[in-house]
Design a protein around this ligand. Structure first.
Ligand SMILES: Cc1cc2nc3c(=O)[nH]c(=O)nc-3n(C[C@H](O)[C@H](O)[C@H](O)COP(=O)(O)OP(=O)(O)OC[C@H]3O[C@@H](n4cnc5c(N)ncnc54)[C@H](O)[C@@H]3O)c2cc1C
Length: 377
């Protein structure tokens, strides 16, 4: 470690490493400090004992409509096209999901039901709520109580540890509803995974950046030993300010890997599609079998089971910001401080306290780079 750099970058996730690479391309030096023992932040992936990929912090399905983001990342990885398919398992049956005409046919036990039948059902069932105030109202207004109870209520409560009526309408609205046979979860033009995994992509970013990366270190521990011109902070927003207004709420999860030998998966797969959601009494919310989309060929497989949990600082990793009126007010107070903090750029899903997909994070980092390139010192 030198004693001075142009930038001290806190966090070796997508935000931190894209900025390190871009700033490195101008010949500027960065020290990237990461408290985990690996790069890649939440996108980090590994191979299990059978050589099959799994996502350590929950599944990361890359997709984007941004040509800029795709072209930029394609400099650091080749891609494996991926169709991200999801089912729900409930009442002993796999259901097509997100809700579409196929789901309606299963639900109404009428294999011949048409799109018009489904639209007529929605017109009869959906509640007249012109401006839904929360996630429960959003779904009641979209499809009505029957489908809400079956597909949304239990899952949302488990996932967020609070009822759907306590969550912003945007949370459940993120899940599309199709009246035709479209089963796609995402509509983005480009849907693919880095062919050799996220970690290989992050290693290529680090190499191109010329940055020094310090793992297993909290940035506060290096502050007394290093000088820098500008700080780029991608950690939790409240933590930067010592949580002086109180902690921002997050939801987190534990991910349990099951490595499956050939004898456990006679068909080569443990479940029919990439992701299966469990809205019922099980303690977990979903199981993910990544082999469906990695293009890897093997007689073995693996499953990652997701157990949602309350976030406790120091004990677990913050995953999802919890959108709602109280957290919005609190986050606004921290954002106000952040705007007035000299010499520091706050960027990324934790530092902005916003649910941001990977492509949004890359887009924001490229945009921030354009602002930083004109500023020295
Ligand atoms: C469960 C889950 C599933 C997701 N699935 C998808 C998906 O399918 N598709 C998609 O597009 N997006 C998905 N995302 C979003 C995606 O993870 C983010 O967009 C992306 O990882 C954000 O990158 P980041 O660099 O901003 O944050 P992070 O990846 O969180 O990186 C921040 C880094 O900063 C480090 N850090 C924090 N504080 C300190 C400190 N004091 N000192 C040193 N280091 C510190 C952290 O350890 C972390 O590694 C998902 C997110 C979660 C939580």
């Amino acid at each position: 470690m030198r004693d001075s750099y142009d930038y001290l970058i806190v966090g070796a996730g997508l935000s931190g490493l894209v900025l390190a690479e871009r700033l490195g391309s101008l010949g500027r030096s960065s020290l990237v400090v990461e408290r985990r023992d690996h790069i890649g932040g939440n996108c980090h992936d590994r191979k299990d004992r059978n050589g099959l990929f799994y996502h350590v912090y929950g599944p990361h399905y890359f997709r984007t409509n941004s040509e800029l983001v795709r072209t930029y990342l394609s400099r650091f990885t080749a891609w494996q096209d991926a169709k991200y398919r999801v089912n729900v398992f409930a009442g002993g049956t796999y259901w097509s999901f997100p809700i579409n005409l196929g789901t309606f046919r299963q639900f109404s036990r009428n294999a011949a039901a048409t799109e018009d039948d489904f639209k007529a059902y929605i017109a009869r069932s959906a509640l007249p709520i012109p401006s839904p105030a929360n996630s429960k109202e959003a779904i009641l207004a979209a499809v009505g109580p029957e489908l809400y109870e079956f597909f949304y209520r239990g899952y949302t409560e488990k996932q967020w540890g609070r009822p759907a009526e306590a969550l912003d309408a945007s949370v459940c609205r993120r899940i599309p509803i199709h009246t035709g046979l479209d089963e796609r979860y995402f509509k983005d033009e480009f849907q693919a995974l880095p062919r050799d995994g996220y970690d290989a992509m992050f290693e290529a970013l680090v190499e191109a950046s010329g940055a020094e990366v310090l793992l297993g270190t909290d940035y506060r521990d290096v502050l007394p030993r290093v000088r820098y011109r500008h700080l780029i902070y991608t950690g939790p927003l409240d933590e930067y300010f010592g949580s002086r207004f109180g902690p921002l709420p997050y939801r987190t999860a534990r991910y349990a890997l099951e490595e499956l030998g050939a004898e456990q998966v006679p068909t080569g797969f443990a479940q029919p599609v990439l992701q299966v959601n469990y809205p019922g009494p099980e303690a977990f919310t979903r199981t993910v079998e990544l082999k469906h989309v990695t293009g890897q060929s093997s007689a073995c497989s693996n499953l990652v089971r997701e157990f949602p949990a309350e976030y406790r600082p120091g004990e677990s990793d913050p995953n999802y910001p919890v959108p709602g009126p109280e957290s919005d007010t609190l986050a606004a107070k921290y954002r106000d401080l952040a705007e007035r903090e000299p010499g520091v750029t706050f960027i990324g899903r934790l530092a902005q306290y916003r649910y941001l997909n990977m492509d949004q994070v890359v887009g924001a980092a490229l945009h921030t780079f354009e602002k930083l390139r004109d500023v020295r010192g």
